[in-house]
Design a binder for this molecule. Sequence first.
Ligand code: ADP
Ligand code: MG
Length: 459
Amino acid sequence: MTKFSVDELVNSFSLDNVQLKRIADLFIKEAESGLENDGQPMTMIPTYVTAIPSGNEKGTLLAVDLGGTNFRVCSVNLNGDGTFGIVQSRVAISNELMVGTSNALFGFLAQQVKKFLKQHHEDHFAEDKGPEHVLKLGFTFSFPVNQTAINRGTLIRWTKGFDVKDAVGKDVCQLLQEQLDKLKLKVHVAALVNDTVGTLMSRAYCSPGKQETQMGVILGTGTNCAYVENLNAVTKIGAETVLKLSESSPMMIINTEWGSFDKGCLTIGQTLFDSILDSETLNKGYHMFEKHVSGMFLGELLRLALVELHTKCDFFASQHSDALFKPWKLDTSALSFIEADTSTDLDETEKFLLASLHLTSTLAERKSIKLVVDAIGKRSAHLAGAVIGALLLHTQSFEKMPQVDVGVDGSVFKFYPGYEKYIRESLRVVVGEQNEKRVAIGLAEDGSGVGAALCALVA
Ligand code: ADP
Ligand code: MG
């Protein structure tokens, strides 16, 4: 059909400067109400982490990570100069354990720690060691918890196929500690760690000299961010707690859970494809920001747009593809792949569409598809950049420090061509050209390993 409708489709994903500023304004409002009250759209979870590494930290610490199908155990050696060494092992969690008892699951986790120590830290089992030899452990636990202290958090609910019923409502650190104690291991669960916090901590440690790391951002399967907040702003934990904590530190890291920002899509907008995608998800009407931004969803947005081009604009004329009509058929790597294709005939895109959707295409169609891909990827990055900017304005970072550092982890940021460039475009709109230049954005290494270890150390 007409070129006009392709343009329309592409434009439906674009956010102009006025919108980007409105997004930033609303974000600051929602963030502030989340710091003041419980039960707000953005949860703004206090992490009780009140120190940022400087790069001088030294020591050997343990870190474990339970987040999905695997359990990772590692020991991290912080060398005190922004570098570290890491030894690790990984084991699959059986389906049986995922739906069994907490005794069985956490007992298994403790067994893995023991096995790891036997293999890599035999000295840990020497008889004559006193309490100073207790190893501190950082526990990355990627399920919703209600955190009440740096090493205390009750499980709200399981996700990702786990269903260990008797663990819900219990403190997961204590569940692990009890099992470690049963095995007589001299290991102390010192910190419960969210991956965003680990990302911030790891970035702060690894970029010494730049001690102004203010944020850890995840742009992977999901999206989320933790940042350094002024303790006095976290009023919902109560004046007494604030006063007590402020004796030792003026700040606390907050886990924003920004995936749930702008639930009503008042500022981020909602295309036809966003609505259809939302209707295909289990948590309809929730996490709308995440559904516009993160890796789990961008491939499906592209597929839905291709269906529209096929049915309304005659793309892939007189061809039929079952794959095209299969929800979740495309991964976000499809967008990276097409975005990266700079050949004049877009040959790579042709091969890709043939292999993944069994469709042949004309050059004109591929050019349009590339514009659609770019629009979806750009919107994702523009949204991320706008809310990063909003948080930096909220924390008055530009008034406080010459250079602001943002650590990022996740395959979307790592692999999508030009993603950082797009983040910077909207960041510039929100914080201004001069300030944007003062923001360093870079990959953080291994948040759930070295980041979790650092949380355990500063606990
Ligand atoms: P996790 O978030 O689970 O820790 P990742 O950071 O690797 O893991 O993110 C996985 C997500 O990244 C998936 O949703 C996938 O679609 C997306 N992804 C994987 N490869 C690429 C790529 N080359 N370009 C863009 N996104 C990708
Ligand atoms: Mg990750």
